[in-house]
Design a protein around this ligand. Structure first.
Ligand SMILES: Nc1nc2c(c(=O)[nH]1)N[C@H]1C(S)=C(S)[C@@H](COP(=O)(O)OP(=O)(O)OC[C@H]3O[C@@H](n4cnc5c(=O)[nH]c(N)nc54)[C@H](O)[C@@H]3O)O[C@H]1N2
Ligand SMILES: Nc1nc2c(c(=O)[nH]1)N[C@H]1C(S)=C(S)[C@@H](COP(=O)(O)OP(=O)(O)OC[C@H]3O[C@@H](n4cnc5c(=O)[nH]c(N)nc54)[C@H](O)[C@@H]3O)O[C@H]1N2
Ligand code: SF4
Ligand SMILES: [Mo]
Length: 698
């Protein structure tokens, strides 16, 4: 009998980068636990990591390329699949232009070492500007704010949660999500530590969330009113002479314009629109300004809404005005061992270079907003998308107006998916290319080290070797690139690229290299975040632009919202929530994670429910002009009046899919109700939150 062995690696499901200690005997997994010796996560883990073994062993997982035929799916060889794809893509591009082939990248790309590092090479080979990703259903406003304020979309400020004395969380639920654009495994402990050192945590959310319940103060807010709240906070800081920009003062450009712009937004003016009284808003501004250190952190609730752009600009602005930007305990800038900004200085940003063909939405972050994908496929004319490749994405469930994408994908001349499942999106493909995943891949967190609350570095070897016939995601894209270009393989691997980057980093003189990481399987600690904005800022003039014109111009739209009574025929505002035991749309095929009571419920305030005659457990129908879903009602005192919440990432009830465990507990897709026309007009980001709906017995 083989001896049990222990393997150390980083979990790559979500952003938290938890170190895992996995005991196994050959292919049999004996236990998955948190790695106490990981210098970053120190033993933290969540239930999803234990399910990595389920994804590894999943009978539904695809292992061989599949081709759709009149008689159903047929296995084909890699060579036949790649040759056919290259021929079809090139043919379509020759007849209809380079942009006639579109790409959608899903969230796991950001967690996939090979793809994170090698995707640019694939894009070069394919040569299309018709690029889309889940980023525009997520964090795009953060990139846009960083681009216009700091000169680089990837230079994102991160809350220094371990040293702050005051944390204001707007529209984030890190106790469940484990943090986002704040890689911080074990958020619960870190928040508690703020309180234990005499600090304060405040949560602003239309739902009294799991995080809010641990906070010192929770403020219910009406969905999408966050920008108004933040403007009033900034107003108060100016009004009460509490602005103190600290060491960044010489760098800041535009402070006068900002002071002028916020004049109109007194707490008294915005109180009704926010649902928070003026005195509470004033006190919040004072508390933030008076704290020894403070940070405002706003996430999904403030990003995927109609004013996501304004919110992320104002979020940075509040941290700057209180002297907490680039300062210990405030919003800080990681210095990762593999630096996404390396060699970028002086490069011209592509932000705003193009407009989308149909709806004229901006090209930001090297892509168009996913909210416009369906119409770019369905609207005839020059530049129409006629073929697609989706890579590790499930936009039919994850994008606003998912049913529109069902129709759009079905209309394509040709579609390819690189994925691990036959699911709601990949069922539309002509060819599916299966990738390795989870325990079979090596890992280095290319992106999330750039958003982490401490500088560390770790490389994980694959735990299980892939079989001879399997390919890693990056190998699939490499081989497809070679078929597209007819070139020979240059032999470059993600490991080589990583090693090159590590050796050029600021840690090079400490011996930073892939070899060093391989010798330290628990990871290497590089210390707490340090002030470094002066070196890292990428604006041409080296200044921090606190009031970029595009944001000032967008205030007009916010003013219209503040005055409008948006309720009309659709009296409820719908918001999304995340569940502790699922990750977006793809982890629901683990029995371990989905067993038990159906978690996909409509949370509604009991008073609202009573008026509708709805009781706990009854079925409700939730409708918008776009579509409707039916799901069980959960009466919940923790919901703000007039607001209902549905989990995102569910709805495994469409036909022709093969996630058979997920089908036992399918839930519904809230994106059958959201509207692809609802975006933040400034950034093009999807506006899921605040979707107007009716609720009735159904
Ligand atoms: N209403 C609403 N919608 C939302 C959100 C919300 O809060 N509310 N959240 C948004 C957010 S933040 C995000 S990030 C998006 C996510 O949107 P998507 O990225 O489109 O959705 P995922 O569920 O992450 O899809 C991952 C896909 O990759 C496959 N996959 C998993 N692992 C691998 C792998 O290793 N290799 C390959 N090739 N494939 C793999 C899965 O089978 C699945 O098809 O959803 C967004 N949609
Ligand atoms: N367990 C689990 N963890 C995950 C994921 C998952 O699916 N499951 N997904 C991962 C991904 S891809 C991401 S991007 C992160 C996201 O991580 P978070 O940003 O923490 O995301 P959510 O948990 O969706 O929290 C959004 C919060 O915003 C609130 N909200 C909704 N509308 C508004 C509004 O208008 N204003 C305000 N102030 N609040 C509002 C919601 O009630 C919710 O509490 O989580 C990651 N982690
Ligand atoms: S919190 Fe995220 S990274 Fe940590 S174990 Fe859970 S899924 Fe993995
Ligand atoms: Mo996300």
């Amino acid at each position: 009998m083989t001896e049990p062995k222990t393997h150390f690696r980083t979990c790559n499901i979500c952003e938290a980068m938890c170190g895992l200690e996995i005991k196994h005997r050959g292919k049999e997994i004996l236990s998955i636990k948190g790695d106490k010796n990981d210098p970053f996560s120190r033993g933290h883990i969540c239930p999803k990591a234990v399910a990595l073994q389920d994804f590894y062993n999943d009978k539904d997982r695809l292992k061989t390329p599949l081709r759709k035929t009149a008689d159903g799916w047929k296995e084909i060889s890699w060579d036949d699949a790649l040759e056919e794809i290259a021929t079809r893509f090139r043919g379509i591009q020759e007849s209809h232009g380079q942009d006639a082939v579109g790409v959608y990248l899903g969230n796991p790309n950001a967690h996939n070492f090979g793809n994170a590092i090698m995707l640019p090479r694939f894009f070069k080979a394919l040569g299309t500007n018709s690029r889309f990703s889940s980023a525009s259903a997520d964090q795009l406003p953060h990139h846009v704010a960083s681009n216009y304020m700091l000169g680089a979309g990837m230079l994102i400020p991160v809350p220094d949660i371990d040293h702050t004395d005051f944390m204001l969380i707007i529209g984030g639920n890190p106790i469940v999500s484990n943090g986002s654009l704040m890689t911080a495994p074990g958020v619960g402990k870190r928040l508690k530590a703020i309180q234990e050192r005499g600090g304060k945590v405040v949560v602003v959310d239309p739902r009294r969330t799991e995080t809010a319940k641990k906070a010192d103060q929770h403020l219910f807010i009406k969905p999408e009113a966050d920008a108004l709240l933040m403007l009033a906070l900034a107003h108060t800081l100016f009004d009460e002479n509490r602005v103190n920009t600290g060491h960044l003062t010489p760098m800041i450009e535009g402070l006068d314009q900002l002071a002028e712009a916020v004049k109109a937004y007194s707490p008294e003016t915005v109180a009704d629109a926010c649902g928070i009284d003026a005195q509470t808003i004033r006190q919040l501004a004072r508390d933030m300004a008076d704290a020894k250190s403070a940070v405002c952190y706003s996430r999904m609730g403030a990003s995927t809404q109609s004013f996501g752009g304004l919110c992320q600009w104002l979020n940075n602005t509040l941290n700057i005005l209180t002297g907490n930007f680039d300062r210990r305990g405030g919003a800080m800038f990681p210095q990762p061992a593999f630096d996404l900004l390396q060699g970028r200085k002086g490069k011209i940003s592509s932000y705003g270079r193009y407009e989308s063909r149909v709806r004229k939405l901006p090209f930001y972050n090297s892509e168009f907003p996913v909210a416009t994908l369906a119409e770019e496929i369905l609207t005839p004319g020059d530049g129409q998308i006629r073929a697609m490749i989706t890579i590790a994405g499930n936009p039919v469930l994850s994008s606003p107006g998912g049913t529109g994408l069902d129709e759009a994908f079905e209309s394509l001349d040709f579609m390819v998916s690189v994925d691990i499942y036959l699911n709601e999106t990949t069922r539309h493909a002509d060819i599916i290319l299966p990738a390795t995943t989870g325990l079979e891949v090596s890992h280095f967190d290319v992106f999330f080290n750039s958003f982490a609350v401490r500088n560390t570095a770790k490389f994980s070897e694959p735990m299980f070797e892939k079989t001879a016939d399997q390919k890693h995601d990056w190998e699939i894209l490499r081989d497809l690139s070679l078929h597209l270009t007819g070139r020979e393989d240059d032999g470059i691997t993600p490991e080589m690229m990583l090693d090159g980057g590590l050796k050029q980093s600021i840690y090079a003189d400490q011996g930073m290299s892939l070899e060093q990481l391989k010798a330290n399987p628990h990871g290497v600690d590089l210390g707490p975040l340090q002030p470094c904005l002066e070196e890292r800022i990428q604006t041409e003039d080296g200044k921090l632009h606190i009031a970029p014109q595009l944001y000032l111009d967008d205030l007009k739209r916010l003013n219209e919202f503040a005055l409008a009574d948006g309720t009309g025929d659709y009296p409820f505002a719908m918001i999304s929530r995340r569940l502790p035991r699922s990750h977006n749309t793809w982890t629901q095929n683990s029995h371990r994670l989905v067993k038990g009571k159906d978690p996909c419920t409509l949370q509604i305030n009991p008073d609202d429910a009573q008026k509708l005659g709805l009781e706990d457990g009854q079925t409700a129908v939730v409708s918008s002009p776009v579509g409707h879903v039916r799901l069980p009602v959960e009466l919940d005192e923790d919901m703000f009046a007039g607001v209902v919440s549905i989990p995102q990432g569910w709805g495994h009830n469409r036909e022709d899919t093969a996630m058979n465990v997920a089908k036992t507990q399918p839930g519904v897709s809230m994106n059958d109700v959201t509207d692809s026309q609802r975006v933040d007009a400034l950034t093009g980001n999807a506006a899921f939150n605040g979707t107007r709906v009716t609720v009735a017995r159904g």
